[in-house]
Design a protein around this ligand. Structure first.
Ligand code: MN
Length: 211
């Protein structure tokens, strides 16, 4: 998927994640916020045809090699484009299957237990000052780690491959949860699609091992 980038469709209805995420939030989040990042990423790249063949992930991995005049725009809007594309994909109505197999083993190895991982991510995402994201990532050595990033900063810019991410911008939860970010984070686990997270984990590991 390269320039011009398209807003990906949701794989489910706007109200499908209720009661954990309300329909109005999903409509605005996908149809306005994500669409805005998509359009602004395209605008930033418009005058740089030499970059039009690159997938958005690659533009973020190579952010420091991009022309200086578009680095900030790609960081913010390319990050917003890629982060939200992942976010819709790793959610599903009612959630799906807790981690099992290789992913479960890796989570237990890195964090102690699945519950310890959830506590770690909720702490990182809940404690992110202002806007940002909480992540589960594979590092360049194939190991799992969990941390938060500010704004739309993608872990790809730091050499990590995100396999799960949770949006903690107020636009992601304010209509339903107002200032109660911890309640949103707690409820959010109910809609995680662990099958997709496991697929993303396997792909990230394969990428590490084969270069
Ligand atoms: Mn968002």
């Amino acid at each position: 998927m390269a320039y011009p980038f398209q807003l990906p469709e949701l794989g489910y209805a706007h109200d499908a994640l209720e009661p954990h995420i309300d329909a109005r939030t999903m409509e605005i989040h996908h149809g306005k916020h994500h669409a805005g990042y998509t359009n602004n990423l395209n605008k930033a790249l418009e005058g740089h045809p030499e970059l039009h063949a690159y997938p958005a992930d690659q533009l973020l991995r190579g952010i420091h090699s991009l022309p200086a005049d578009i680095q900030t725009a790609v960081r913010n809007n390319g990050g917003g484009y890629v982060n939200h594309s992942l976010f819709w994909e790793i959610m599903t109505p009612g959630g799906s299957n807790a981690p099992s197999g290789d992913l479960a083993k890796a989570i237990n190895g890195a964090f102690g237990s699945f519950d310890d991982f959830k506590t770690k991510l909720q702490g990182a995402a809940g404690g992110q000052f202002g806007s940002g994201w909480g992540w589960l990532c594979v590092d360049a050595m194939g190991r799992l780690s969990s941390f938060a990033t500010p704004n739309q900063d993608s872990p790809l810019m730091q050499g990590f491959t995100p396999v799960l991410g949770v949006d903690v911008w107020e636009h992601a939860y304010y209509l339903n949860y107002q200032n109660r970010r911890p309640d949103y984070l707690k409820a959010w686990w109910n809609v995680v699609n662990w099958d997709v997270v496991a697929d993303r984990y396997a792909a990230a590991k394969a990428w590490v091992h084969t270069g």
